[in-house]
Design a protein around this ligand. Structure first.
Ligand code: GCO
Ligand code: MN
Ligand code: MN
Length: 391
């Protein structure tokens, strides 16, 4: 009877206050929607079947709020969470809107700005933890440059490392149960942002004092903007045990930062992403970092939110069909049988001098191996037909 694509809490869908609360401001135009009360957002998201809500410190508490205002806002918000059962799995800091961050935060050339960013982040971590967050995201929106004339990028990398090391110590010192998730992006709002991709971040993490506390928050749009394959980026994060969180949305390569509804532009890539997440057993939140088109009013915002979750669930159902489709599975089995027929020495056996000698002496039927087609056309067409709903 019930619609199988109705989201449940167990699907772990989350939205940022800044996503459904996006007022539609862009570089060319004023807001088209009034600000959304965070308490209304919580109630509405709960009604739609979401699991949680995330925020930047200033999505909830204005930059210049007094301590009394802060406490009143937090009390009201917490009450909404209690009434609805919504949780706050992730929180983050706004280190990009205020003019003080015009040249970055942790990588700003001005030491006072760097110290202020650290102070603001510690306060924001306290706020996030107070409301239950277990993941803390670092998106370095302004951590970049347009001009190389003054700051040596190596210095920026060092300062970013110092900040993350410092904050890891802070979290440990407070006894917080909190992990950090770094979110790479190639550009926007800076001409270029330091640590532009998942790969850059993964290496950076290996240089930290507490690498086990720090992982990734990759975003579909960010690798896509750079023309990269997001599914491969997520696979590398998963393989490294570093997929701590994920930002789902959509984007056309080469355009401005679009933050479209999940699956809106690249449903096939989104399908492979859902396939990867579901088959890898990723059990973190499925967070939508996207917003409604500027054409929309508040009703359009909720249509957008519903659409993100519904598309994920439809794609998850397509993954199940992919795994159960007799023709697809038979094709995969045939390919696998041919691929695993070789029983000679190979890298997976591990190296020894004797093994290497055996491998060097091995005769291969190069012509036969080179002749073999991969049947990718057949496989991809079957997937397309599955996605287009004719199988
Ligand atoms: C962007 C980013 C942000 C971050 C957010 C949480 O392109 O603007 O994706 O939305 O995800 O600041 O860290
Ligand atoms: Mn983004
Ligand atoms: Mn994001």
């Amino acid at each position: 009877m019930s619609d199988p694509f109705t989201p449940q809490r167990s699907d772990k869908f989350t939205f940022g206050l800044w996503t459904v609360g996006n007022v539609g401001r862009d570089p060319f135009g004023e807001p088209v929607r009034p600000p959304l009360d965070p308490v209304t957002a919580v109630h509405k998201l709960a009604e739609l079947g979401a699991y949680g809500v995330n925020f930047h410190d200033n999505d909830l508490v204005p930059f210049d709020a007094t301590p009394e205002e802060r406490d009143r806002i937090v009390r009201r918000f917490r009450q909404a969470l209690e009434e609805t059962g919504l949780v706050v799995p992730m929180a983050t800091t706004n280190l990009f809107s205020h003019p003080i961050f015009r040249d970055g935060a942790f990588t700003a050339s001005d030491a006072a700005v760097r110290a202020f960013a650290l102070q603001k982040t510690m306060q924001a971590i306290d706020l996030g933890v107070e409301l239950g967050a277990q993941t803390y995201v670092f998106w370095g929106g302004r951590e970049g440059s347009e001009v190389e004339g003054y700051r040596d990028p190596r210095e920026a990398i060092k300062w970013f490392r110092e900040a993350i090391n410092y904050l890891c110590r802070y979290v440990r010192d407070q006894g917080y149960n909190l992990r950090f998730a770094l979110e790479p992006k190639p550009n926007e709002p800076r001409g270029d942002i330091y640590f532009p991709t998942v790969g850059h971040m993964l290496h950076f993490i290996s240089t930290l004092d507490y690498p086990e506390m720090v992982g990734l928050n990759p975003e579909f749009a960010h690798e896509t903007m750079a023309g990269l394959n997001f599914v491969h980026a997520v696979a590398q994060a998963l393989e490294a045990g570093k997929l701590f969180h994920i930002d789902l949305n959509d984007q056309i390569m080469g355009r401005y930062d679009q933050d479209f509804r999940f699956g809106a532009e690249n449903p096939k890539r989104a399908f492979w992403l859902v396939w990867l997440l579901e088959t890898a057993g990723y059990d973190g939140p499925r967070h939508f970092d996207a917003h409604a088109y500027r054409t929309e009013d508040e009703a359009g915002v909720w249509a957008f939110a519903r659409g993100c979750m519904r598309t994920y669930l439809i794609l998850k159902d397509k993954v199940r069909r992919f795994q159960e489709d007799r023709e697809i599975q038979a094709l995969l089995a045939e390919l696998r049988a041919a691929d695993t027929a070789y029983d000679g020495p190979q890298a997976g056996d591990g190296y020894s001098a004797e093994h290497a000698a055996q491998l060097k002496a091995r005769q291969f039927d190069v012509a036969a191996l080179a002749r073999r087609g991969r049947r990718a056309e057949e496989l991809d067409q079957l997937v397309i037909e599955l996605l287009l709903g004719v199988r």
